[in-house]
Design a protein around this ligand. Structure first.
Ligand SMILES: Cc1ncc(C[n+]2csc(CCOP(=O)(O)OP(=O)(O)O)c2C)c(N)n1
Ligand SMILES: [Mg+2]
Length: 287
């Protein structure tokens, strides 16, 4: 992985802001869709697609590409926005989100769109799918790495822990799981619905290397990925602590923004805040 220079960091920070604005525009345009998780993973998606992954948007089936499995399919407004800006398809197409006959459905369909490794929406399958891909890559002697983005809510499902056990048994050091630890799920806070803590200790007990990081700190997140790449005897999980719906003050930390339609004026207000942040990012790198 190349070093993270100042200019590149500014590019990445501006990209997170652009993608957040895109999410607000396309979800409000569609009239429904998921908001909080997509907004709070802007730094994760940007770091992965614009710095970490070995991939080629013009050749999405390149055999030696790194695999990025997005297990939490409802995060697709951010996923689609990232893929479009990375060059997998035209940015124009984002406007079709959730329209009948669109390739951009409310949950991703692998055969419909380039850049998708799996079909997702039913939660809790991605870690197992990624573990299978990591084992297959090793058997095929491919140098590629497998990454899986999964939500905290998905850790309330048994299949996730089966994948975690399987990866530890096979010492899949080519697998990195990234957890969006935003503390919310569809109808409440994770610790009220079905507590996950002590979350780190659970992964450690299952034989994984664990890194905890502020999921909005791009250099720290990329540093965590570098650490995962250096661990050779076990799989790594990066627990990325995020603020649900990060970037829009009246949405942050409120589980109701998991998914709810915008009231008149709310999308405009959100975009106003994000544009102000865009200015700040641009200025902060001028000093
Ligand atoms: C197997 C399965 N069960 C239930 C759902 C319904 N569902 C959609 S999103 C969601 C919340 C899951 O929590 P998390 O992924 O942490 O969501 P966040 O609010 O952080 O976006 C649920 C239960 C689903 N998509 N799949
Ligand atoms: Mg969550």
């Amino acid at each position: 992985m190349e070093a993270l220079h100042e200019k590149k960091l500014q590019f990445l920070e501006l990209m997170t802001n652009r993608l957040r604005q895109e999410v607000i525009r396309i979800v409000s345009g569609a009239g429904s869709g998921h908001i909080a998780g997509p907004l709070d993973t802007a730094e994760i998606f940007t770091s992965m697609y614009f710095h970490v992954l070995q991939h080629d948007p013009k050749h999405p089936h390149w055999a030696h590409r790194d695999r990025m499995v997005v297990s939490c399919g409802h995060y697709c407004p951010m996923f689609y926005a990232t893929l479009a800006h990375a060059g997998y398809f035209k940015v124009e197409e984002l406007k079709t989100l959730r329209r009948i006959d669109s390739r951009l459905q409310g949950h991703p369909h692998r055969n419909a769109l380039p850049g998708l490794e799996t079909t997702s929406g039913p939660l809790g399958s991605g870690v197992s799918q990624a573990a299978g891909m990591a084992l297959a890559a090793r058997l095929d002697r491919k140098k590629c790495r497998v990454y899986c983005l999964t939500s905290d809510g998905e850790h309330q499902e048994g299949n996730t822990w089966e994948g975690i056990m399987f990866a530890a048994k096979h010492r899949l050091s080519n697998l990195t799981v990234i957890v969006d630890r935003n503390n919310i799920q569809i109808d409440g806070y994770t610790e009220d619905i079905m507590p996950l803590e002590p979350f780190r200790a659970k992964y450690e007990a299952f034989g994984w290397h664990v890194v905890e990081v502020n999921g909005h700190d791009i250099p720290a997140f990329i540093g965590a990925i570098a650490e995962a790449q250096a661990i050779y005897e076990k799989p790594t999980v990066i627990i990325a602590h995020t603020v649900a719906a990060r970037g829009v003050s009246f949405m942050e930390r409120d589980y109701l923004w998991h998914s709810k339609p915008f009231k008149p004026g709310e999308a405009e207000q959100a975009l106003k805040e994000l544009k102000a942040e865009q200015e700040k990012i641009a200025q902060s790198h001028e000093k």
